[in-house]
Design a protein around this ligand. Sequence first.
Ligand code: PLP
Length: 391
Amino acid sequence: MRRTGGSPLSRRINERVQEIKPSGIRKFFELVIGRRDVISLGVGEPDFQVPWNIRESMIYSLEKGWSSYTSNWGLKELREGIADYYKKFGVDVSYENVLITTGVSEGLDLALRALINPGDVVLIPEPCYVAYKPLTFLAYGEPVSIPTTPNFDINYDVLNRYSKFDPKILIINYPNNPTGVTYDKKTLEEIADFVFENDLIVISDEIYAELTYRGKHLSIASLNGMEDRTVILNGFSKAYAMTGFRIGYAIASDEIIQAMTKIHQYCMLCAPITSQIGALEALKLREEELDRIRAEYMRRRNFFVKRIGKVLEVRKPDGAFYAFPCIKDTGLSSEEFAERLLIEKGVAVVPGNAFGECGEGYVRCAYALEMERLKVAVERIVDFVESVKSK
Ligand code: PLP
């Protein structure tokens, strides 16, 4: 008997998976792979080497042949180290509330799956990191966007307009990808007021906490009453240039962290042991070393904003390594701008609409690039904008 027929395989794919679109960042990333003439301000990837003490600890662990699973929760010393480290951002928790994840990406997925029942509303201020909406949707939640352009600020009044959706979760990210905006204590207090009034849980993505240039990073979990209502997500990808090691963590109340760990133990078992060992070493990095990394990014930010600011409107980023200039004056859409800049000048940026509809009219430029190349890229952008505006 010939085994043919049946419904097309494409129709067997989960409906929600069929509906989500591929990431707008990856699309541009694929376009520039292998093109040596292109300078990429596209992907949010630090250009620093992983500090040597971190690499050395990982090499040592491999020489020793440490290749086993760890506890589902992660290495106890690492969890203790993270609980201690977070005191720096105003949060005092037990190591038992820390779960080691394979990057913030996994932490986000776990938090959403652990909290969402089908149809629950998740509020997402936009422009935002590309994973928030699709992962909410895949967890059978209903993402509701809160546009924040043109100044990218959120406060009590902005949020309060969304109470009518009967939300369950609010996702915040500061310093923010793609805008570079961070929140001061007053803003965090306003967010907390809204959270209490609406009985919400906050997922707080603090992956750029170490890369804060204005004031000091403060976790929203440190505010009165917020500890139990916050899932903190953080990791080692950005400040320590460990993107490929896939290592992060979540901090949450007993109930939430245990629920997240239930999922994690089945879908991941544990984060890679070599990366956990590297992370343990990363926590030993001296404050002066982090200051040096911050100062270098700040130098690049200052240069970028000053020069680009001559031709495009741009808000000075408070943190992370992204700027989000407005390109509306050029008369081009975000995608046209990014495509023409890539083809005509060999510079890759990401169209702002990849970060939500209200990001239309902007492009994201990652300035995590050594200064010499950054200067060339910026001059090419300036040339491009001037030539488009003069027509
Ligand atoms: N959250 C934000 C805001 C990001 O910008 C990124 C990566 O660009 C991630 C999460 C993913 O981080 P990880 O490498 O830890 O999965």
